[in-house]
Each structure stands twice: as C-alpha cells, then as structure tokens.
Design a protein around this ligand. Structure first.
Ligand SMILES: C[S@@+](CC[C@H](N)C(=O)[O-])C[C@H]1O[C@@H](n2cnc3c(N)ncnc32)[C@H](O)[C@@H]1O
Length: 267
C-alpha cells in the first residue's frame, strides 16, 4: 500500500474540505495551522488508498474530533473518541451530566460534518480502554490518532503505547502539547516513549500548531517527501515562512533532528 508518489500525484491529491467556522464554534484547543496540516495528511492517505478510522484520546467538547470526522469519516470509516469526562483533574463529571456531555460531543461532530458522521464516544480513562475494544470498533485499524488526554508523563507514555498498538501501517499520530512549556509532562512522556523500546520504530516528522506528528518507519519517507513538496509549491504564509526558515537552517548546516529523525517545524 505504501509506495513512492510523484510530484504530479502530490499535485492531484483530493482537496479535502471542512467547515472551519463550525469547528471554531466548539470550545477546545485547535490551531488553524494544525487543522490544515491534518487536512493535507488526510489527502495524502486518501491518494494512497489508505483506509481505517480515526481515534482521539481526550476529546473535551469535540473540536479536533469534529475535524477528524470531516476528514477521515467521509466513507463511513469509524470515528472514535475516548474521554474520562472530567469535572476537573481527578474528579469525574457527576453521573447525571455524563450522558448529556456525550450527546453534546456527538452533536458537535454531527454539526461539523453536516449530519454525516456520528462518532462513537467511550466514556472512561484511556488506561481502562483495551486495544481489543478499539480494534473491534475499527477492524482496519486507525489511520489517524490524536493524543490529547492526560498531560502527565505516565498518561502520555501510556497513550502513545496504546496508539502505536492500534495504528495502521500508513497511520499518523498527532501528539498535542508536545513542546508546550505549560505541560512539561507531555514532553517527558514523549521522550520516555521514544528513548525506550516502546516506540516500535515510530518516527516524528513534523511539528505544527502545538502538535507533534508521528508516523511509522514505512510511511515516514513519503510523509517527509510530501511535506517538502508542499513547502516548495504552497502559497500560504505558513508554508512560505517554514520553507524560508528551513533554507536558513540548511545554509547553516543545521537540521532539526528529533530521536534520530528529521522533522519539519512549521513556523
Ligand atoms: C485538553 S482536553 C482535549 C481537547 C480536545 N482534543 C479538543 O479538540 O479540544 C483533555 C481532555 O482529556 C480528558 N482526559 C484527561 N485525562 C484523561 C485520561 N487519563 N483518560 C481519558 N480522558 C482524559 C479530559 O476530560 C479532557 O476532556
């Protein structure tokens, strides 16, 4: 399934769309640049014929999940969210509010997708969700997994291992808050994962809009080739700025390496 693609094929990838104004109306955290990169990566997978659902660990009100549903659920592929439904850290939302919280997430996703995609929401801690349960929900595996639940070192490490076990061969993980100075435990969890054997060969390839994008060793070269092409041919400000910085870095013989992999740091 993973094969080389020509620049002409990159140029002909489907132009996927989403309703940013509907997404903006949902409380939560999502930078437009991260949404755009997610859209482009979804198009790359679609052009390759990659199938599989999308999973988010840590949904809150459904902001990023709405985008994932619009991009990855277009052909009826499963969209799954896991959230403990917390009132605050360490305290679950009271029983009488839990069904309502789930219904609001479903409604948010339905609104973003024009009523086309109803997600499956698992109400519980990610540590209580098994790989078997997730595989049953998406038998083809997941081609995109967002990690944005617990922000301490153990939770992030756990969620990365869970994600790796459910990820398809051309799958992508987006780890939120990877280098956010307000959430140092996330960086520690990511470092622990990559420095140990647990990473199973996964490689980071981009950082954009507060998210670190990670993929399998088999898909990494194509992701990087595609992003270089995008930077050279794209016309929006983020792409042009990022290319200029990368060229400055190259002129100084500097390469942004992370755990042995070159990453594209979007500016
Ligand atoms: C930063 S918010 C997620 C934001 C969301 N991705 C968005 O698009 O706006 C973190 C969410 O993770 C949930 N959460 C925190 N720790 C969790 C855990 N260990 N297991 C499952 N959910 C958790 C919280 O209830 C909260 O809704």
């Amino acid at each position: 399934m993973i094969r080389r693609m020509t620049e002409a094929e990159f140029a002909e990838l489907p132009a996927l769309a989403y309703d940013w104004s509907a997404i903006e109306g949902i409380p939560g955290w999502l930078a437009f640049d991260a949404a755009e990169l997610t859209r482009r990566l979804a198009a790359l997978q679609e052009g390759l014929g990659v199938r599989g659902g999308a999973l988010e660990l840590g949904v809150y009100k459904g902001k990023y999940l709405g985008l994932l549903a619009a991009l990855f659920g277009r052909r009826g592929e499963p969209i799954v969210g896991v959230d403990a439904l917390l009132a605050k850290l360490g305290e679950l939302l009271a029983d009488e509010w839990r069904a309502d919280a789930i219904a609001r997430i479903e409604d948010a996703v339905l609104e973003v997708t024009g009523g086309l995609v109803r997600p499956t929401i698992i109400a519980g801690y990610t540590s209580a969700v098994s790989v078997a349960t997730l595989r049953l929900l998406s038998p083809q595996g997941f081609r995109f997994i967002s990690i944005d639940a617990g922000h301490d070192v153990e939770a992030v490490h756990h969620d990365l291992v869970l994600a790796r076990q459910c990820l398809g061969e051309a799958g992508i993980i987006a780890a939120d808050d990877a280098f956010n100075p307000r959430t140092p435990g996330v960086a520690e969890g990511i470092y622990r994962f990559f420095i140990s054997e647990d990473s199973g060969g996964l490689q980071p390839f981009a950082h954009c809009g507060n998210k670190l994008f990670i993929t399998t060793a088999g898909f990494y070269p194509l992701c990087l080739e595609y992003l270089w092409w995008l930077l050279r041919s794209g016309s929006d400000g983020t792409l042009q700025r990022t290319l200029a910085r990368m060229q400055e870095d190259e002129a100084m013989n500097y390469r942004p390496m992370l755990f042995g992999s070159l990453i594209i740091p979007f500016s």
